[in-house]
Design a binder for this molecule. Structure first.
Ligand code: PMP
Length: 304
């Protein structure tokens, strides 16, 4: 990914892709305290648009606030940076990665006053859990790794170091032949996927874990809004593994994963073991929104 043409926004300037580097003594590289976003832009009838740009930027700034990292750019400047990167790289649809990290002035956990750097890169990235996964659903395994506890990490932040936990969970699931991991919280309730929020459908109602130990996902929020519009009752509560085994449908949501049906958890087919009707409906509504086919939600789109 480092060796390609294009430009990356780096602390307010567009730099050639291959020159967007940092020193090996960069603080974040050593201790993992950095914050980032995953954002997508889609082709719409009116042109390429970034989905829920303001919300992603706001979450980035809040993540930084949690760690007392002072990003020296305003939300408007960061929004503009993201639009610029899509435009300047001539991308029609893409994934965007804004990231803020702590500079290399000093190492050690006591280092203060290091500079805070921000980059935005964008490149094409197809269906994260596979095009077939979007249609047929994926196979998921409950992880032996536990999700962050609220007093170990602060999961309102989307932070670099937290993803060690996600990588461990995903590695384990993938090595055992599954598509993705389901991670439980410290009390054994379902929290989320390695990089996705979880939803379950039972008797026409939609359930999702409350955001105690999982990321407050923007796709999760989108799906909750769309479900309410569809007249589906939505319940945010703790969910157990066996509730998922016996559910009618289940799916993951995420900017990268979009709306991906779960057809199996721990070798138990969920419902009919295919993408269920409620999942299909919400998935369709989601793609209509991101691809600019839903006039009601045009406010979620920012043309680049
Ligand atoms: N949980 C985790 C751990 C994630 O990394 C992501 C992806 N950002 C999500 C949930 C989904 O969040 P969003 O819908 O905002 O992309």
């Amino acid at each position: 990914l480092a060796d390609r043409d294009g430009v990356i926004w780096y602390d307010g300037k567009l730099v050639p892709w291959r020159d967007a580097t940092t020193h090996v003594l960069t603080h974040t590289l050593h201790y993992g305290m950095g914050v980032f976003e995953g954002v997508r832009a889609y082709e719409t009838p009116k042109g390429t648009a970034i989905f829920r740009l303001q919300d992603h930027t706001e979450r980035l700034l809040n993540s930084a606030k949690i760690f007392q990292m002072k990003i020296p750019f305003t939300a408007e400047e960061l929004n503009e940076a993201q639009k610029t990167v899509v435009r300047e790289n001539g991308l029609k649809s893409c994934y965007l990665r804004p990231l803020s990290f702590i500079g290399s002035e000093k190492l050690g956990i006591a280092a203060t006053n290091n500079t805070i750097h921000t980059v935005v890169a964008a490149w094409p990235w197809g269906a994260y859990l596979g095009a077939e996964g979007l249609e047929k659903g994926i196979r998921v395994k409950t992880s032996s790794f536990t999700r962050h506890h609220v007093n170990v990490s602060m999961v309102r932040a989307k932070a670099c170091g937290y993803y060690i936990n996600s990588i461990l969970a995903h590695q384990e699931a993938a090595a055992d032949g599954y598509d993705e991991a389901l991670v439980l919280d410290t009390e054994g309730y379902a929290s989320e996927g390695a990089g996705e929020n979880l939803f379950v459908v039972k008797k026409g109602k939609l359930y999702t874990p409350d955001v105690a130990s999982c990321l407050d996902g923007i796709t999760r929020n989108t799906v909750l809004t769309l479900a309410r519009e569809e007249g589906i009752e939505v319940i945010e509560k703790r969910i157990t593994r066996d509730e998922i085994y016996t559910a009618d449908e289940a799916f993951f949501t995420g900017t990268a994963a979009e709306v991906t049906p779960i057809r199996e958890l721990d070798n138990r087919p969920i419902g009919a073991g295919i993408r269920g009707p409620v999942t299909a409906r919400l998935q369709q509504r989601y793609f209509d929104c991101v691809q600019g086919r839903d006039p009601k939600h045009e406010d979620w789109l920012t043309l680049v």
